[in-house]
Design a protein around this ligand. Structure first.
Ligand code: IVH
Length: 672
């Protein structure tokens, strides 16, 4: 075989692997094998520099910095898209009604067919392939003229330098979005931070900023991704009749198209799509700011046409913004169950992520310094999904002259005890323990919480009163409350007092695992409490266990063992436990042990949405069969059960070469 053939073969082989790895997320060979092929190609090209082609997989590394980007006129205008800001349901209905009206279809049947997809939050780009080779990548610009960012876009691994086709179209312009996955963004920033380099503000700015780099070698270091969602100019290609067929064709050409798309009929289905994606928005591996509905038939698209640079056949149906700016009115310090002090920004009320937010966490002292948040600052607040709102960054250019810096108190703002901060910890803690009313309140709330003793109706307000009026000091005091004391509290009628007493009574029947968890021992979460209960089977044995004996429990390490021992060596804690038992708190002794179940000793991680089982159901099945569920993937994980939308955990599992199984395989394991 001559060198030219050899090069062609090697490049085709590497392109195939790139496609499997970057686009299909389904690699065929190990990293080592891939690296070997890549180095072979590099060596061969080094020996024959005259045979290096621009579309060779080795040519993605970036080149000389540019002085400026060349303006390029779009052959087909790059349009914007109308945004439907109405509520969930009406957005889809309003769009469908407009489309039907314009097409003269009247009400009702037959419904119009739509393609529904995600609205990616990145930078729009036009890729031009001539005879199957990427020749140019241009930003949207003003829609008429954009900037030539080809050198930067070539560094994006998901953008094929060559189409997978024997007879590629003469011209194929592909439109899509350059974006950054959240995990890539976090990883990039963590590394930048550890090197003292500048961090990216958010994934969207990360993507847009990287593509606007004049130095493509810098762009090459940025972890960017790409999704195709449309067409520009085409020549020498029979464009398929529907948008969904076009996307399928792009997939066949080797372009990445997001799998989260659907062909739907009528507005009800569109609204359901909007709602379904909205629920899972936080679990997607990348940011979206809405969904997009497009009339599927290209003939109907043409009939509908455009108004003021927006197609009449497409609409973006947005979700509430996850970030907003507001003013910091003050910075309070809250004391948590374990005494951890958390600086919390009190904010001018702002609507973000679908709710009005007045507080946002600043995590800890170092975070306040790093983000340089002062009282009076204008800040960006983020609330994504159910995650607690956080201050993302301050906008120092808007800082008023008098904006005091945050100072961490030296004594606990609630009880006046000393604040201590361990050398290796970011968290400062109040040393007051249960002497501190704030810690006591949190400890009681934890004790009563659903997954612990499950005392229904014992919430914030009530605990606040019980502690402030000196009625309850320890969890054991809860079991001594009587009707007249409770009925005297604010907002407590006799009926609610009775309900609470009944709930307290009911909580006495519990399980050993719940009881251990309820004690609120530092670092002993639900899973560890279950491990302890399963391992020792009786409280007496837990109390008597040495640190060494505790270390024998699966998943308990030296730190947890030490905290446990410390807690159990504290006479005060033992006294509370005694009192609780004396009050009648009990559990089935020698609970049935799942030891010997088919999954005994196996650790599972659940990720993504399974077709028929909820997380809770899958977890229950695993535990009933003697297995354990962990929240994070590690070398110790035995199985990763992956469903739709599995994200970084799945990636990690694959990189660690773990057993990844689907729901069907999982069920057969359980039933074994
Ligand atoms: S279609 C003619 N589809 O949203 C329709 N746009 O103003 C042109 N975008 O910045 C756009 N996801 O980059 C379309 N699935 C999607 C999209 C999408 C994100 C962006 C696009 C542009 C803006 C539209």
């Amino acid at each position: 075989m001559d060198v030219v053939d050899q090069l062609r073969k090697l490049r085709a082989e590497i392109e195939k692997h790139d496609h499997r790895y970057y686009v299909l997320d389904d690699p065929l060979v190990s990293d080592a094998e891939y690296d070997r092929l890549f180095r072979e190609l590099q060596a061969l090209e080094a020996a024959h520099p005259e045979l290096v082609t621009h579309d060779s997989p080795t040519q993605r590394v970036g080149g000389k910095p540019l002085d400026s980007f060349r303006p390029v006129r779009h052959v087909v205008q790059m349009l914007s898209i109308r945004t439907e800001t109405d509520t969930e349901a009406t957005g889809a209905y309003a769009f469908d009604a407009r489309v039907r009206n314009l097409l003269g279809l009247g009400d009702g049947n037959p419904p119009v067919e739509y393609a529904a997809e995600l609205k990616f939050d990145g930078l729009a780009i036009n890729l031009r392939y001539e005879a199957g080779v990427l020749v140019c990548a241009v930003t949207r610009g003003d829609g008429e003229t954009g900037e030539d960012v080809t050198e930067n876009v070539r560094t994006v691994n998901q953008v094929p330098l060559r189409l997978r086709a024997d007879n590629p179209p003469d011209v194929l312009e592909v439109r899509g979005e350059i974006y950054m996955k959240r995990a890539d963004f976090e990883r990039f920033n963590a590394r930048a931070l550890s090197r003292g380099e500048k961090t990216l503000v958010n994934p969207r700015n990360g993507a847009a900023g990287s593509i606007r780099q004049l130095d493509s070698r810098v762009a090459a270091t940025r972890p960017l991704s790409f999704f195709a969602y449309g067409l520009g100019e085409t020549k020498g290609w029979d464009v398929p009749p529907t948008h969904s067929d076009v996307l399928d064709a792009l997939v066949a050409f080797g372009l990445p198209v997001c799998g989260e798309r659907a062909v739907l009929s009528g507005p009800e289905a569109l609204a359901a799509f909007h709602a379904r994606i909205g629920e899972r928005r936080g679990q997607l591996p990348f940011d979206i700011d809405g969904v997009v509905y497009k009339v599927n038939s290209r003939a109907l698209q043409q009939e509908l046409g455009f108004v003021s640079r927006e197609p009449r056949w497409a609409v973006a149906h947005k979700y509430p913004a996850e970030e907003a700016t507001t003013e910091v009115l003050g910075i309070d310090v809250q004391v948590g169950r374990t005494g951890a002090l958390t600086p919390v920004a009190r904010l001018a009320p702002v609507f973000v992520g679908g709710v009005t937010v007045t507080n946002a966490t600043l995590h800890n002292e170092d975070e306040v310094r790093r983000k340089d948040v002062h009282v009076g600052d204008t800040v960006v607040v983020r609330r994504a999904g159910d995650v607690i709102p956080e201050v993302v960054r301050a906008l120092p250019e808007k800082r008023p002259i008098l904006a005091p810096e945050f100072v961490m108190p030296v004594t606990c703002p609630v009880c006046g005890s000393h604040i201590v901060r361990a050398e290796d910890e970011a968290v400062a803690r109040c040393s007051g323990g249960l002497y501190c009313p704030a810690q006591r309140k949190q400890a009681l709330l934890h004790f009563a919480s659903r997954r612990a003793m499950d005392i229904e109706g014992l919430g914030d307000k009530l605990v606040e009163q019980l502690v402030d009026n000196d009625l309850v000091h320890t969890p054991a005091d809860l079991y001594r409350l009587d009707r007249s004391t409770l009925a005297n509290l604010e907002r407590m009628a006799e009926k609610s007092a009775d309900n609470l007493l009944a709930a307290i009574e009911k909580s006495k029947q519990t399980t050993l695992a719940r009881f251990i968890f309820a004690l609120g021992i530092r670092n002993v979460g639900e899973a560890t409490a279950k491990d302890l209960a399963r391992h020792f089977c009786s409280l007496e044995r837990v109390l008597a266990a040495s640190e060494e004996a505790l270390l024998e429990v699966a998943d308990i390490g030296p730190v947890v063992a030490q905290y446990l021992r410390q807690f159990l060596d504290e006479p005060h804690n033992i006294e509370v436990i005694k009192q609780l038992r004396a009050a009648g708190v009990a559990w089935p002794e020698g609970e049935p042990q799942p030891v010997g179940g088919p999954l005994t000793g196996k650790t599972f991680v659940l990720t993504g949405t399974l077709p028929s089982l909820s997380r809770e159901q899958a977890k229950a099945l695993i535990e009933a069969a003697g297995g354990k569920v962990s929240g994070s993937v590690s070398k110790k994980t035995d199985y990763v059960v992956a469903g739709a939308e599995a994200g970084s955990k799945l990636e990690k599992a694959v990189s660690l070469n773990l057993n990844v199984i689907d729901e069907a395989q999982f069920r057969s394991l359980v039933d074994h």
